[in-house]
Design a protein around this ligand. Sequence first.
Ligand code: SF4
Length: 338
Amino acid sequence: MGRLNSLSDKKNTLSWANSYQGTHVKIPNNFKLSTISNFYDIELKKYFALSALSRSTSSPKELVDRAYNLIFRIRTKIEKSITESIKEILHKDELAMELLFQGSFFGCSKKQGVSVRLPLTSCVPSKLCGAACYAHDVLDAAPASIVRGAINGLIAEIYEKEDKNTKKYIMTQLTSHTKIAINTSINEVSQLQTAWNRRPYIRFSHVGEISEWPKFCNALAKQVKDISNESVDAIIYTRHPKAKYIDTDLSIVNFTLDKGSENRIGWKPDKSRLVYSAFEGEISPDVEINFLEHHRWIHLEPIGSGNICPTTLPETKTEDRSCDKVECNLCFIKPTLN
Ligand code: SF4
């Protein structure tokens, strides 16, 4: 999927992306996650090809730049289209809401651990992060990831807007998912093979912004806290204006700036940690942690001085790029600074 065979394929992908305004696709009332991927097959594959082109080191620079400039808009148009297709079904039959809870609400990967995936429509991107985001890289750009993110975002959106009974219904439906996520996060720690130890955690979210739906975020963090008897932490990275509504007694918040958004400092919640996305390698001396920009095909050298996340250091071996491998939990402990 997404292999760019010729210059003409790349030009066709760009031409499609230039004119893409979203799609109105009618999906079956009893949809499955795979059904949605199938019905949005063309758009999802085109987006995947566009994301690959935007990261290409061998294609003509002019085409790569055009893909890079389009990538965030196309991703969010597809996510919105998927969400609208599902909403059409929910408007006709509210019992169909239970279909949103099929599959796994939480995901799990070696690098991220247990995490929630959300759509990029929840982001308020800075000038730098929208296109550079690793959400457009390989697996995070794949059809199943996009569909899962759109569905999870819809659950969060419904929780945020709807009445008490619907909120209760959603949290009840999520209970079994949360129990599995808690157990997985605890197992993850018990399987650590070195003397290194840490508290179990779940990332809200590793793609997209849960701060867009703060009531949902706080309810989910409370559910994790209650079910786990406070043994599992909710971890948030955010650069969102609604971050101030996140309850920092329920979640550990890493408020993220970058060179294009340093004026967001006023949005930083009290009792949160200040971190920095070091796009193009430019790091900040004024934050607790810098994340050096890196992708599978390129790794930026640090420019300036400051504390750098060890998994993003160029000298760290590729197979060691997880927090447990480098034995670091700086982001996952309660912040000591304000
Ligand atoms: S600073 Fe430490 S805890 Fe945070 S992402 Fe990097 S390795 Fe993980």
